[in-house]
Design a protein around this ligand. Sequence first.
Ligand code: O2Y
Ligand code: MN
Length: 594
Amino acid sequence: MTNGSRNDKLNAWVKEAADLCRPDAIQWCDGSRAEYDRMMALLKERGMAVPLAKRPNSFLFRTDPSDVARVEDRTYISTRSQEDAGPTNNWVLPDDLKRTMRGLYDGCMKGRTMYVIPFSMGPVGSPISKIGVELTDSPYVVCNMHIMTRVGTSVMEALGPTGGFIPCLHSIGAPLEKGQKDALWPCAPIEKKYISHFPEENLIWSYGSGYGGNALLGKKCFALRIATNMARREGWMAEHMLIMRLTNPEGKRFHIAAAFPSACGKTNLAMMQPSIKGWKCECIGDDIAWMKVRGDGRLHAINPESGFFGVAPGTSYDTNPMAMDTLKENIIFTNCALTDDGDVWWEGMADAPPHAIDWKGRDWTPASREDAAHPNARFTAPAAQCPVICPDWEDPEGVPIDIFIFGGRRSSAVPLVTEAFSWDHGVFMGATAASETTSANIGAVGNLRRDPFAMKPFLGYHMGDYFQHWLAMGDRLGTKAPRIFYVNWFRKSAEGKFLWPGFSDNSRALKWMCERVDGTVGARETPIGLMPRDGDLDLSGLDIAKDNMKALMDVDLKEWKAEVPDIEKHFALFGDRLPARLRKQLEEMKKRLG
Ligand code: O2Y
Ligand code: MN
């Protein structure tokens, strides 16, 4: 694409950013295969991209050890009033944050090229999609954005001379002086990293990190933190949810959107292949859903992304064969291990190779004390390559959602599957969702973290107002609202063993949900919601002990009464912005528990 565009606002913003960051050159991205190949050639030449002999057009990157994950402590929601950012977000006054960041951006792209990436979140031209433009000095980001979003000429055409876009400014924060040798993964030290959102002006500024959610600004920054603000203002929903289509043996389709915190197997569920006969599952998205009420009065969802930025460790032909088959070619791997025959490897993938180069670039053998791949090692993969991608995954109208699922990782108390009594009760379930931390999360292992709607790190405004937005959406949808369920695949026995096989057998819980929607299966009332009665869940062909099933479905009143003070403490965080309807739900649950 030639330099400059027909859009004056875009040209002016690019000029303003270039005047501040002072790159040596500006390059407008066209999203073409030739552009991707040129970027990769540059990254190979710099020693950053390692081509993989075993996977065509695939490359391995190793980041700086300080730049391996989203940095929640350095992520800000910057609003004029701190109250509007709410208690779950870091906050700095916009003028102060901008002053600090302008100081950092000043000359930060010296010796580098600034790439202008026009991108669409969602199919270009869909009534649910939105356009963004990312300015970055990282060719690695350009390549990842090519996979994760729709980039280039078609987006510029959709933007036209007067169209609006979300400006996303990104720098790795590592200017290069003349003659200075570049680092293999240039970035700024942690105290200079800022992932900043200015929702009152729909603006994103990211500085200092080249990794994942910190740098691919279409994903968590735009599609969740900024989009939640837009959605609230405009009456739609931006959620941290996978989207899937389940088809029953009669050919009836059900669309499910499900929210789980990180490290709960969301990508595995999104690509799951049912163990029950005759049922088919297709993937529409693995991480984010944008949903609007359409002409039929129903909530329609699109996946705003076009790729998967999935966690590699733990992904295998046992846990997620569809993901493994997605990864055969055209993939960017980050912080995985490199085998001697030119392939990637990670913990949990398959038998360990006798020798490899670990994610830090050191020799590794199975006797090594450290992991070969970083626990947050990633693959960036085109969604279209997934063998079970739904044929309608790019339908501009989206898919009508029948079912919402919330869940978390709970070793006790929470049964396998529960249906909400009502929309408000379902919102209560989402608002109180909690998960035990694992080694893949931040903080100590096994801590219970309340993560409402799996949105704690991704909501761009006050959580109490967000709960109210959910209630208002339910009021608007009325009888056309999706039914709401809560699941826990991770309940353990007294001996610490998982009670449920999970993975493809999770289809059994999904089947019950679809049959509940259809009205063809029953349920029993419990103090925490509606649950399958004996025989309601299809367990055909599953070898599971009766006692295990009993334990999975148990509602222990003592355990649930013990939850109440923790929920009260959680709700207290939101002060007078906690909707009275949720407090009422808690009071009603307390009464039911006796
Ligand atoms: O660590 C990162 O930068 C990536 S975090 C991420 C990536 C893809 C999907 N979900 C997540 C998440 O943390 O929820
Ligand atoms: Mn996610």
